[in-house]
Design a binder for this molecule. Structure first.
Ligand SMILES: Cc1ncc(COP(=O)(O)O)c(C=O)c1O
Length: 464
């Protein structure tokens, strides 16, 4: 790209992006379906010479046209969607500044911003004081929780590694699969991640937890951590934290709460009670990219145990980086898993500054209100069977009119919806074979009218 007129080019790029966002209406498909082979043919190979600015803009348009519109109001497929303009701006400015968050020296403003966010989230979650760090996803916050539990049990395992494989971690049968990954990565062994049975709502059964831990201790195992979840991935279930915290206390184990999804309720006056007991957690996973409408990835690991992060993540030989003893407290690289770290904080910071805490709360109430509305509408319509609804998760099936299998029918309706690109809502298969739509509502662009439209679309596809 020779002799680029940078101003004109950036202006053209900006207009293209603005047009893209403006097109997010029900008349624009959420997805243009293509197979991996088709897409593989469409994407150009890299060449020796670069493209012209005109070709570049065409290629930008191609990428926009063929990507899933996660900012579309009918993108309700994952536990994120509809990223806010201020958050997008934070992403852009963060990349423009491109510091590494490892040292205060290179990221002076952004270090303080991240610390401010951590301080506020510690308050809102009820942990009060403590520390925290932004991590590369809720999955890695869960991983960090296990490492902290290990440090808490015995800090010298850092040097020696596990000296036996009888340590155990307990999560519910509905917990996120990242705990399984973490059990592998930290060397606990996935067989030592115990899935405690859940009730029909998907909540961990505390009596079962207590019984299993007691039996394990008798059998010579060492309980390391209990990982409860608020807002399970499929059912949106909230584990009973108060009761589980007592069990953690009884056995003296680290109590982690995966609040990646359900932690959103701390921004709600009407639903904050659902997180009762969160204040007893030793550590918490919180994803601002889920319910707050911040773009991926904006994840936090929070703990009330000041000092545990540094004890857990410190590594030798980093004198080349951390020169200044006075600034040691401010060098977040001294207590993070990574060395180079993106400035994810700015996305949430811009959003929070723009709306204020009250604004974020109002936005959260709107999501919760929308979920209530969607449940009521699904119940009203005879062609749907509501299987389960909690928090922002609504699971329902489409009743076939010809008496065929409801699971197969629901899955076919979903496939048809995707192939036409009309809307994106995921489905889940349960252990008993039930297949349902898992409608989730983290998208701040979605309105009640969109819900009506979505349900009409699904009903139509069901009829056809
Ligand atoms: C309950 C729960 N915990 C953790 C995660 C992992 O979060 P992330 O995608 O940020 O790694 C998810 C992802 O959806 C989740 O649903």
């Amino acid at each position: 790209m020779n002799s680029l007129n940078e101003e004109k080019f950036l202006n053209d790029v900006f207009l293209t992006l603005k047009k893209y966002l403006d097109e997010n209406t029900i008349n624009t498909p959420v997805i243009k379906s293509s197979t991996p082979l088709e897409m593989n043919k469409l994407v150009p190979e890299l060449n020796q010479s670069g493209v012209s600015s005109k070709e570049f803009l065409n290629e930008l348009q191609f990428i926009l046209d063929h990507s899933v519109r996660t900012t579309h109001p009918l993108f309700l497929n994952q536990l994120f969607g509809g990223a806010d303009t201020f958050a997008l701006l934070g992403d852009l400015v963060g990349s423009l500044l491109n510091p590494t968050m490892a040292t205060f020296e290179v990221a002076p403003v952004l270090t303080v911003i991240e610390k401010r966010l951590v301080k506020e989230l510690l308050k809102l979650t009820g942990l009060g004081t403590g520390e925290g760090i932004m991590v590369t996803g809720g999955s890695n916050a869960n991983l960090l929780s296990m490492l902290c539990a290990r440090t808490d049990y015995n800090p010298s395992i850092r040097q020696t590694g596990f000296t036996h494989n009888n340590f155990r971690v307990y999560v519910s049968s509905e917990a996120h699969y990242s705990f399984d990954k973490a059990a592998n990565i930290i060397g606990l062994g996935t067989q030592n991640l115990i899935l405690v049975p859940s009730n029909s709502k998907g909540e961990m059964i505390p009596e079962e937890l207590d019984r299993i831990i007691a039996a394990d201790i008798k059998d010579g195992f060492t309980p390391l951590m209990i990982g409860a979840t608020i807002g399970t991935t499929v059912l949106g279930a909230f584990d009973p934290l108060v009761r589980i915290s007592k069990i953690a206390q009884k056995y003296g184990v680290w109590f982690h709460v995966d609040a990646a999804w359900g932690g959103g309720v701390v921004f709600s006056k009407t639903h904050a009670h659902m997180a009762r007991g969160l204040e007893f957690a030793d550590s918490i996973t919180f994803d601002a990219h889920k319910t707050l409408g911040v773009s991926l990835i904006t994840s936090f690991f929070l703990t009330k145990r000041t000092g545990i992060l540094r004890a857990t993540t410190r590594g030798g030989g980093a004198e080349y980086l951390f020169h200044d003893e006075e600034r040691f407290e401010w060098d977040t690289g001294t207590y993070s898993l990574q060395c180079g770290r993106r400035s994810d904080a700015l996305k949430l910071w811009f959003l929070w500054r723009a709306y204020g805490t009250e604004g974020l709360m109002a936005r959260t109430e709107q999501l919760l209100d929308l979920a209530e509305y969607a449940v009521a509408e699904i119940k009203k319509r005879k062609s749907f069977k509501l299987n389960h609804a909690n928090y922002l998760n609504i699971c329902f099936q489409v009743i076939p009119q010809d008496g065929s299998n409801i699971n197969e029918h629901t899955q076919k309706v979903r496939e048809s919806l995707i192939s036409k690109g009309l809307a994106m809502v995921n489905y889940a298969q349960r252990p008993d074979g039930t297949i349902f739509f898992r409608l989730v509502l983290p998208n701040h662009k979605t309105t009640k009218e969109h819900i009506d439209h979505l349900l009409d679309l699904i009903e139509n596809e069901g009829r056809n």
